[in-house]
Design a protein around this ligand. Structure first.
Ligand code: ATP
Ligand code: MG
Length: 444
């Protein structure tokens, strides 16, 4: 790889296969640490790919250079030109004997927070100084894995013939009713930030796009401040023509397993930094019907669940535990939900319309994805919108597309952050997004 003019190599690229012993290289990065032992001084330089030890022996090196190295301020940005000395005992198998150290930008001190991981900072403190928090190896590891997750998903879906699409985030109508929306001013009109690409994905089915996916932001004015809700999240959405809910469940479980495999293969050092041992989920995932879930919850807990209730978080924990105990797996589906508690576009079973061709994909303690076969028949769709207390007129742009040749179709949406969070066992969803938006946080 050719890097810019200011440096020749990443720290991690200094390996005997690529660089000769004694070769002159220029590394650039941050002053991670300065250890001054009197007669010898070690400067640890950190870049995105790792760390390098710069070794200065007082007796063997220019006096001015030695003096300057001792005085380097932590987290300043420097470049170091020097010769490579492979040394098994050194931290990454080599040290750099400097000829020149340039301070490119001096860091102020004290730092707003520690970057070495020696001092545990509160989540809020970390997020307030996110630019510096992201310099921690653990934070970077999370985002390298998130990157790999998204790459894997794209690769998987593209290979299956999906087209990547982008639908509007500024919309005139709520997707699933008026709740949980952020209103905005759109010239002289009211508009909203979209909470889901749902309606547009469906319109693309009528457009003959056959199978589409989108990875994009969703905005939800969630009422609660929880560890698994954000107000701006990233949704991974697919929609498939001539498919039912079982078809798209199969795509989903295979995509989850594939993504785990890719992360295992390509993110070894990041997983190690985080202390995460990934186990690739076994497919097919267990499917429990809503009816079965009801039974299990009611036989195992004092909290009674009625038909038509959504799952409480206690119920989610209980079922997650049940599935884990009986299968050793964390992922599972809950299928055949009551039509009345699923969005209006979920297709009811023809022979038992109380139930819908819908599913949630779960991981132990939380929902990762919701999906369904969708209604493709305009009259049924209109009556479902009405029975959920909404006005079909507001959905004109959407309903129209069902009148002129809409194929049967199915799809799902999965939260990227929850997927990464459960994969890594993160305590809080905020750790899986660079600059989280929550009830209290709008900056940075
Ligand atoms: P929940 O009931 O857990 O709040 P939901 O059923 O409202 O989720 P859906 O509308 O089904 O969410 O959205 C599909 C997926 O998008 C969810 O399973 C979740 O992974 C993700 N998601 C939805 N809302 C949020 C949010 N506020 N923050 C993070 N991820 C979200
Ligand atoms: Mg849902």
């Amino acid at each position: 790889m050719t890097l810019a003019n200011l440096r020749t190599h990443y720290t991690a690229d200094i390996v005997p296969e690529k660089v000769k012993d004694g070769a002159t290289v220029t590394l650039a990065g941050w002053v991670h640490e300065v250890r001054d032992l009197g007669g010898i001084c070690f400067v640890v330089l950190r870049d995105r790919e790792g760390r390098a030890q710069v070794t200065l022996v007082k007796k063997k090196i220019d006096r001015e250079l030695f003096k300057a190295a001792r005085k380097l301020v932590r987290e300043s940005v420097i470049s170091v030109t020097g010769s490579v000395k492979f040394e098994e005992k050194a931290p990454n198998g080599y040290e750099l004997i400097p000829e020149k150290i340039k301070v490119l930008n001096l860091a102020a001190s004290p730092l707003p927070m520690d970057t070495t991981g020696k001092v545990e900072a509160e989540l809020d403190t970390r997020l307030d100084s996110r630019f510096i928090d992201l310099r921690r190896a653990e934070a970077l590891a999370v985002f390298k894995i998130r990157h790999q997750v998204l790459q894997a998903i794209r690769k998987f879906l593209v290979e299956k013939g999906f087209l990547e699409t982008a639908t509007p985030k500024i919309v005139a109508t709520a997707t699933e009713g008026g709740t949980a929306l952020f209103p905005i001013t759109y010239f002289d009109r009211e508009a909203f930030l979209n909470q889901s690409p749902q309606l547009f994905k469906q319109i693309l089915m009528s457009g003959g796009f056959d199978r589409v996916f989108e990875i994009g932001p969703i905005f939800r004015a969630e009422e609660h401040d929880t560890r698994r809700h954000l107000n701006e999240a990233t949704s991974i959405d697919i929609e498939v023509s001539f498919a039912d809910h079982f078809d798209v469940m199969e795509i989903l479980e295979n995509l989850v397993a594939y993504t785990y495999t890719q992360v295992l293969e390509n993110c070894k050092s990041s997983l190690e930094i985080l202390g995460v041992e990934l186990k690739v989920p076994q497919t097919p995932f267990k499917k429990l019907s809503y009816e079965e879930v009801l039974e299990i919850v009611n036989s195992r807990s004092d909290e009674k669940m009625q038909w038509g209730d959504d799952l409480s978080s206690q119920a989610e924990h209980l079922i997650g535990q049940y599935v884990f105990e009986t299968t050793g797996e964390s992922h599972y589906f809950i299928i055949d939900w009551p039509t009345e508690i699923k969005p209006f576009y979920a297709m009811p079973y023809e022979d038992k319309p109380k139930y819908s061709k819908s599913f949630d994909m779960m991981h132990r303690t939380m929902e990762l994805s919701s999906g369904a076969q969708r209604i493709h028949l305009p009259e049924l769709l209109k009556s479902r919108i009405e029975s959920q207390g909404m006005d079909p007129e507001g959905f004109d742009f959407y309903l129209k597309t069902f009148e002129y040749g809409m194929p049967p179709h199915a799809g799902w949406g999965m939260g990227c952050e929850r997927f990464v969070m459960t994969m890594l066992g993160a305590e809080n969803i905020r750790d899986t997004v660079l600059f989280p938006r929550d009830r209290r946080r709008l900056s940075p």
